[in-house]
Every structure is written in structure tokens, then in C-alpha cells.
Design a binder for this molecule. Structure first.
Ligand SMILES: CC(C)(COP(=O)(O)OP(=O)(O)OC[C@H]1O[C@@H](n2cnc3c(N)ncnc32)[C@H](O)[C@@H]1OP(=O)(O)O)[C@@H](O)C(=O)NCCC(=O)NCCS
Length: 158
């Protein structure tokens, strides 16, 4: 896949055990609820049904992460979570992570990638829509642990 100019310098790799501290720190700094715990990240690193991605660039080993879930027998993958370091935002890290999640889903023969997003998360919604995600279904009331609502988005993968 040819990266878009904005993402050309960003590399995405599979997370390793040595990323755990960064993963947990970013998760805690970013999300107030529905956090992925250290133990969960550790399990996901070893799981066939999960993929933890890490973005890096130049000398920065850890700029952001995305967590993708796969289900046996399902050709729909789920982008469960995505976050980039606050100081790295607006530079294509999120885009690169989503593109890598899509590539991984395609490689596993998934025909769609789905996700949920807080209905008031305008930044994320704009990013998903720019990358070709379409809202489907009704607003999911009280989807998150703190009671916030979610929109569901889907992209059909070529
Ligand atoms: C949502 C989130 C992951 C986006 O990450 P990001 O690294 O800022 O993503 P990008 O840089 O690829 O895209 C963000 C914007 O920067 C712009 N951008 C991309 N590359 C750029 C570059 N090189 N220079 C300047 N701007 C750029 C994009 O056009 C995009 O703008 P748009 O959404 O208005 O189209 C990040 O804001 C975040 O971690 N938020 C908190 C967690 C969260 O809300 N996660 C989503 C719900 S789980």
C-alpha cells in the first residue's frame, strides 16, 4: 500500500511486550472510562483475535496505538481503540494507524472494519469520515461505561 504524504514518515508495527508501559500510560492519559488495563493489553499481545499496533517515526518509538479485534468465523474486524500522544496529534499518526488496521483486516480476509465512537468526539468522527467510514444504525445510547452515547461506523474494505 502506498502511504499518503501525511503518513509517509509514520511507521506502524505490531506492539511488543516492551511497549506495555507506553500503552498503559497513553491509555490512562487519554481515556476516562472503558480503559484497557495492563493485564488486558498483555493478553491482547499474545492473542490471535487481537492486534495491538504501535506508530513510530524517526527516533520516536511510540507515538500512538490502535487495538483491533477479530472474531473467528467473522469477516468483520473491529477497531476497538485508537489514540496518539497529545504532542503527536495532527501529524498523520492516527491516519497511519487506521490504514494499518485496514491492511491487517484485509490480510485476514475481513471485508469490513467497524468501530464505535463517542457521539461528541468531533475530531475522531472527522478523521473516520475523511478516511471513508460511514455511520450506520441508530445512536447507541449509554454505550460507554460513563453513560455516553456512541455512533457506529463501518468501512467496506476493497
Ligand atoms: C483521534 C486521534 C486518534 C487522531 O489522531 P491524530 O494522530 O491526530 O490523527 P491524524 O493526524 O492522522 O489526523 C488528525 C487531523 O490532522 C490532520 N493531519 C494529518 N496529517 C497531518 C500533517 N502531517 N500535518 C498537519 N495536519 C495533519 C488530518 O487531516 C486530520 O484532520 P481532519 O480530521 O480534520 O481531517 C487523536 O486525536 C486522539 O488520540 N484523540 C484522543 C483519543 C480518541 O478520541 N480516540 C478515538 C476514539 S477511540
Amino acid at each position: 500500500m502506498t502511504p499518503s504524504p501525511a503518513t509517509a514518515a509514520v511507521r506502524v508495527r505490531r506492539a511488543e511486550l516492551s511497549d506495555l508501559d507506553d500503552l498503559v500510560a497513553l491509555e490512562q492519559a487519554t481515556f476516562d472510562s472503558d480503559r484497557v488495563s495492563r493485564a488486558q493489553f498483555r493478553r491482547h499481545l499474545d492473542s490471535d483475535s487481537a492486534l495491538v499496533l504501535v506508530a513510530s517515526a524517526n527516533h520516536r518509538r511510540f507515538l500512538g496505538t490502535a487495538l483491533v479485534f477479530f472474531r473467528k468465523g467473522s469477516r468483520v474486524a473491529r477497531l476497538y481503540s485508537i489514540a496518539s500522544l497529545p504532542e503527536a496529534r495532527g501529524k498523520g499518526v492516527g491516519t497511519a494507524l487506521i490504514e494499518a488496521a485496514e491492511a491487517a483486516a484485509r490480510q485476514r480476509r475481513c471485508h469490513a472494519l467497524r468501530l464505535e465512537v463517542r457521539s461528541d468526539n468531533d475530531t475522531a468522527v472527522r478523521l473516520y469520515e475523511r478516511l471513508g467510514y460511514h455511520r450506520f444504525g441508530p445512536l447507541v445510547k449509554g454505550f460507554y461505561e460513563d453513560g455516553s452515547d456512541a455512533y457506529r461506523y463501518e468501512k467496506i474494505l476493497a
